[in-house]
Design a binder for this molecule. Structure first.
Ligand SMILES: *[C@@H]1O[C@H](CO)[C@@H](O)[C@H](O)[C@H]1NC(C)=O
Length: 247
């Protein structure tokens, strides 16, 4: 838990150009160091984190972290990820458009051309009760935030059309099998822990199942292992539920 606070803090400080030696010890100090209020303790961050915990995405899929940005994913005007709403798989056939929004007062995270990686993972494959294929990798795409001037007054960092995202692993629409209950489909946006503004080229998993990792019986491997290996830290998340009609 501590590790991720420290990672996020280090990342935030790098991004904001306030690299401070010996980062402050507690969240408040970290988030306010350099006199810049990164409003990651805002209601948004708390709400997202609470919903992720409630759905057991924290700690099953990802370690505890404080979201610095909001992640919006929409397949159409009516089909949007909204922290655990239920959507029908047949409405999710094409890759959604994903945008990251800076909910902080300063919107400073938007002004620094940071590269992001968007992922979609299913920890409930083939079912939440028996996740022996978990996690299933559904999507990995990279994108770069818009430039400072274009977004100075708009609290939106990244609004790539799906075609502007580079797929590392192409989008595979949720297809929960019959009689496997609700699956959680989890979006996580990552940034490089080292704060680089260069485009990111994360590794492509060898397979979707277990994100390509070898696993012993019953062991879960997934986006957390992959992100760690690629030097990425989570900065935003959202999720939906979807299930097969036949239950
Ligand atoms: C920063 O991290 C990214 C992602 O792991 C990596 O591609 C890049 O080479 C790193 N840059 C530096 C300067 O370490």
């Amino acid at each position: 838990m501590q590790t991720h606070y420290q990672s996020l803090a280090a990342w935030t400080l790098l991004v904001l150009g306030h690299v401070a030696e010996g980062a402050a010890k507690n969240e408040q100090q970290i988030l306010r160091s350099g006199g810049v209020v990164v409003d990651a303790t805002s209601k948004m961050a708390d709400k997202v984190r609470n919903e992720l915990k409630h759905a057991e995405i924290i700690p099953t899929v990802i370690d505890d972290f404080l979201p610095a940005l909001e992640l919006h994913a929409s397949w159409s005007s009516k089909q949007q990820a909204s922290l655990g709403n239920a959507l029908k798989p047949e409405k999710l056939q094409d890759a959604p458009s994903v945008t990251l929004h800076d909910a902080s007062e300063s919107s400073r995270l938007c002004t620094s051309r940071v590269s992001y990686v968007i992922t979609l993972t299913d920890p409930d494959a083939p079912s939440r009760d028996d996740p022996k294929w978990s996690e299933m990798c559904h999507w990995i795409a990279t994108g770069v935030s818009a430039s400072a001037t274009a977004n100075r007054n708009a609290a939106q960092c990244l609004s790539p059309a799906p075609s502007d995202l580079d797929d590392v692993m192409p989008y595979k629409a949720p297809g929960p099998p019959e009689k496997t209950g609700k699956h959680r489909y989890v979006f996580i946006a990552f940034a490089a822990e080292n704060g680089t503004t260069e485009r990111l080229y994360p590794s492509k998993p060898a397979d979707r199942q277990h994100w390509g990792y070898d696993t012993d019986d019953g062991e879960t491997k997934g986006v957390r292992d992959w992100a760690r290996e690629n030097g990425l830290v989570p900065v935003a998340a959202n999720f939906i539920y979807a299930k097969n009609k036949k239950q």
